[in-house]
Ligand binder design. Structure first.
Ligand code: FES
Ligand SMILES: [Fe+2]
Length: 406
């Protein structure tokens, strides 16, 4: 089902629109609970382990996805004022994003054109950048302004400058394209039909709580996979997440190459047969996949608990079997009065579940894939809709469509 079909009355992206969106999702979840049947695709998708282990596919993903596609680098509020810097070091040559005096953003490779030193390490810079190695000075526009012993470097060719990469900001999100030769980023074109939903989350006022970088032994797509289905929750998270959610019920929506799934809270089981006007107040809560590597969990509140804005972003590491995962949490503007400690505790709880329950499962599967003597059959179920869809999209984007085993 396309997102927002039932949601034509309110201004797209408004709070009323999000409430109507959620009402439509609740109806679908209650239908599923009543019929004891999750939403599903028509058929399972059979693939094999080469989807994760083929070096040629992996090279293509690094180049065509992670260098050429827009990647979510962070939230606008992570660069609150002129001179603020946001670092992006999870994949490829490091980049720093700089908030200009006029409020716009520039992004440069954090690599000195003299002999390659890391230029910026802090969270802000003043009027320019001075390389810590030999003190070449660059303006905020990236051009060389001065260097000690200028005469020692007189030579033909263009003046040295920092390498600029495309950056864009909208709906509170900052996107980078890591290829310096890449075209400018059009955020709305990239987000496509999911843009109103993202806008409705009010992320432009969400404050960064914490980001943890974790390096894990598995292919990056296996790490994404575990956040893209609710099917594993009863077995993998029996005491942490499963007690909150109705098992094996998920609803799914696709917004072009971006997707969403949601599972009903257990208390919704009591609403079956209840007139809609008697449903207790509840708030939007869903998991969103943003192409190609980002999971955004947005929940206005869980059973009266804290609202959640959590990202996890997976990037290929130094080789096919290594992934860098960034786990980030943000505090919504609506929760500005709540104590910071509560959000740090929430971040640590989510991180703990990922590290102790999800990643060990992923790591052992990856170990199996590598030990198998030949590519072996795997299957994405009819209920694992998001896996079927995102793997298909990723495979097409890298020019290596899925070849289904006979
Ligand atoms: S490496 Fe930066 S000034 Fe030498
Ligand atoms: Fe999980």
């Amino acid at each position: 089902m396309a997102g927002s079909e039932q949601n034509a009355a309110a201004e797209p992206g408004s709070a009323a629109w999000l409430a109507a969106e959620w009402r439509g999702m609740q109806r679908r979840m209650l239908d599923c609970i009543a019929t004891r049947a999750s939403e599903m695709l028509d058929r399972p998708l059979v693939v094999d382990t080469s989807l994760y282990t083929d070096p040629a596919r992996h090279r293509a993903e690094r180049e065509r996805l992670f260098l050429r596609e827009p990647l979510l680098a962070g939230f606008s509020t992570e660069l609150p004022e002129p001179g603020s810097v946001l670092h992006f070091e999870a994949f490829g040559p490091p980049v720093f994003v700089l908030r200009r005096e006029d409020g716009g953003l520039d992004a440069f490779r954090n690599v000195c054109p003299h002999r390659g030193a890391r230029l910026v390490t802090g969270a802000r810079i003043g009027s320019g950048v001075v390389c810590p190695f030999h003190a070449w000075r660059f303006g905020a526009d990236g051009r060389l302004q001065s260097r000690p012993q200028e005469a020692a470097f007189a030579c033909e060719g263009p003046a040295p400058a920092l390498t600029r990469v495309p950056v864009a900001e909208k709906h509170g999100l900052v996107f980078l394209r890591l290829d310096p030769a890449g075209e400018a980023i059009d955020v709305d074109a990239f987000l496509g039909p999911i843009a109103p939903l993202i806008r409705s989350f009010g992320l432009a006022a969400a404050q960064h709580v914490r980001t943890d970088a974790v390096v894990t032994e598995a292919n990056w797509k296996l790490v994404v996979d575990v956040s893209c289905e609710g099917y594993h929750v009863p077995a993998t998270h029996p005491t942490t997440l499963s007690p909150q959610l109705v098992p094996f019920i998920t609803i799914h929506d696709s917004f072009g190459r971006h997707h969403r799934f949601a599972s009903p809270a257990r208390r919704m089981q009591e609403w079956v047969g209840m007139p809609e006007e008697d449903w207790p107040v509840s708030h939007y809560s869903a998991v969103h996949y943003l192409f190609p590597n980002t999971i955004l969990t947005y929940s206005d509140a869980i059973d009266g608990g804290l609202p959640v804005i959590a990202l996890n972003r997976s990037y290929p590491g130094r080789h096919i079997g290594e992934t860098t995962v960034l786990y980030s949490s943000y505090r919504p503007a609506s929760a500005a009065e709540l104590p910071e400690d509560a959000f740090i505790a929430l971040h640590e709880a989510v991180l703990g579940i990922n590290l102790s329950e999800d990643l060990p499962m992923v790591g052992r599967a990856w170990d199996n894939y590598q030990r198998l003597p030949a590519p072996s059959r795997l299957v994405f179920g009819r209920n694992e809709m998001l896996l079927q869809r995102y793997h298909t999209d990723v495979a097409e984007a890298v020019g290596m469509p899925l070849r289904l085993p006979a």
